[in-house]
Design a protein around this ligand. Sequence first.
Ligand code: PLP
Length: 379
Amino acid sequence: MSTAEFLPYGRQSIVEDDIAAVAAVLRGDWLTTGPAVTAFESDIAAVTGGVPAVAVTSGTAALHVAYAAAGIGSGDEVVCAPMTFVATAATAALLGAKVVFADVSPETGNLLPDAAAAAVTSRTKVIAAVDYAGHPVDAAALSTVARNAGALLLEDAAHSIGGTWQGRPVGSLADLTTFSFFPTKNLTTAEGGAVACASPSLLRRAREFRNHGLVRDRDRLRWPDEGGWHQEVHEFGLNYRLPDVLCALGSSQLKRLPWFVSRRAALHARYSAGLSDVDGVALPVTLPGAAPAWHLYPLRVLGGRRRALYEYLREHGIGVQVNYIPAYWHPVFADLGYRRGLCPGAEEFYAAELSLPLFPDLADSDVDRVIELVRAFFR
Ligand SMILES: Cc1ncc(COP(=O)(O)O)c(C=O)c1O
C-alpha cells in the first residue's frame, strides 16, 4: 500500500485465483449445500491435523454452534476469558448459561489455567479460552482443568488458524475449536466461520444445529416409515449454513494460509525489532511452545499513555485499534451485576493495549512508518 493512504489495522488479501474460484461456483449448479462446502470442510481439516470441521456463517455462529453441541443451557456455567470480542461470552449467555469470567495473563491476554481452575464449579460445562492475537492458549494445562471439572474445553481460535502449540496445530488442541473468517482475520470468506471437533457425537450435534436440527439418518428417525421425503427435528437449531460461493473463497484462501502466517510473522518481527528499545512500551510476548499465527500486533503502552498514542497515530493516518475492553465491561454484563475489578489481569492488559496495523499485504515501508511515528511520540 502507498504510504499516503490511511492504514487500516487489518484487511483482506484477495487475488485473481480467489475471484476465479468464486466465479466458478456462481456459474455452477450449487450456490449452497453443495460440493464446495464439503471441499472447504476437508481443506480446513487439513490445517487442523485431520480434525473434522463444520463450516458456518461466522465466528459468532461457530461459537453458538459449539456451545449448543456441548449441550449448554440454563443452569450451566461457562468459564470464559474476558479478553475477547463479546461474542465468546454472549453466545453462551444467549443459551441461558451463567458466564463466569476467569482472569488472563497481563502479558499475553490468554486465559490462565490456575484462574480457570479456581472458577470451575459442579455446574461448569465448558471452559472457553481465546487464542488472543493469534497466540495459542496453554491447551494442555486447560484441557486438564476441563477434564478434572468434567467440562469441555472450547478454544476460540478466531485469531489463530495456522498456529501451533507444542508442535500441534490449533484445531487439534481442544474438544471444540471455533474459527472466524471475517476479512481482517488470518483468512477470509467475507463472513464465515467453522467449528472443528474430533468427537463424532459433538460433530454430529454441531452439523445438525447448523441446519435447523434436522435429522435425516433413517436409523435415527422416530417415524422412519413416513416416506422418502421425511426428516425430523429432535432439538432446535438454526440456519448457519455457509454457502458454496463463500466456501470456494475459503478453499482458495487456505492455499495461501502458510504465506499469510509467515508474512504476518515477518511483519510482527519487524515491529518488535523497531520498537524493542523504546521506553514506555512492552512488546507482545511469545511463550515457549507457541508458534502463533499473529492476527494482531498487540503493543502495550505503559504509564497511562495508551489513549494519547492512539489519538496521535490516528491523527497521522494510522488505523490503530484497541482489542478489547474486558467483555464484562459491556453494559449488558454490567446490568447483570458484573463489576469492574473482576479480572485485574484483563483490566491491566486492556489499559495498555494498542493494536498496530497488521495484514499480509502491508508493506515493510508502512511498518517502518508506524515504527517511526511511535518512536517520535516517545521522544
Ligand atoms: C476472539 C473472537 N471471537 C469471536 C469473534 C466473532 O467472529 P465473527 O466476527 O466472524 O462473528 C471474533 C471476531 O471479531 C473474535 O475476534
